[in-house]
Design a protein around this ligand. Sequence first.
Ligand code: FPP
Length: 254
Amino acid sequence: MIDRFFSQTRPKQGEDAETIKLGRIPSHIAIIMDGNGRWAKKKGLPRVAGHREGMKVINRVVEKADEIGVKYLTLYAFSTENWKRPKTEVDFLMKLPERFLGNELPKLQKNNVKVRVMGDKNLLPSHTSRAVDKAVEETKHNTGIVLNFALNYGSRHELMQAVRTLCEEVEAGKRSALDIDENVLSERLLSSGLPDPDLLIRTSGEIRLSNFMLWQLAYSEFWFTDVLWPDFGEDDLMEAVHIYQTRKRRYGGV
Ligand code: FPP
């Protein structure tokens, strides 16, 4: 049970939103939504049933995060490595954005949610990129919580591309290598414009980053839970935030 090793104190079940609000709220929460396949297997269902159920959790989490004052929520929906999965599963995963946004876009609009996507869009099927482009376009003026989907995202690829772009700029004489500092590099990443995550959550008991926001998570607080993503609920989010509020962030200082 990893919770025992990673939680300093455990909040009461159903931690009250008002209590949480009195503490420090993480401005940006990033989540590795893991365990859909195991959830389905436990129930004797095909893996895709876990993904379908996992998609349903997203709304609840966005609404709760918004309610307590989180400003940015990044969800790891598909990694550059996930193409290695069986074609039927990849095809199903590629249908989820249009299914989710098709159903939920009016509600996201009503709640002033701004949809963003980070990842290499070139490899996405056209029906997937059309759905996400539409959501990004239609919500671009919204001023509420930013819901950022990491879709066909891989952090090493992102860093490699950023380095390549900067090298090209240096080669073209547009900048000197000495100008390149952390801010310049950050601006070339797919997360440009977003603050670094304050809190990373990973579900399903796995304790690794799986090529997710390696640069951006340098000083984030991590919280791992055994809960499988389709079972993740508002209480789990509140528990993560509660534990975040007990952590002392020193950013290398004392
Ligand atoms: C990891 O679980 C999960 C994924 C690779 C996909 C996550 C996607 C969603 C939750 C839905 C996305 C929805 C939208 C709208 C983009 P796993 O399959 O690796 O689980 P396992 O480790 O138990 O096999």
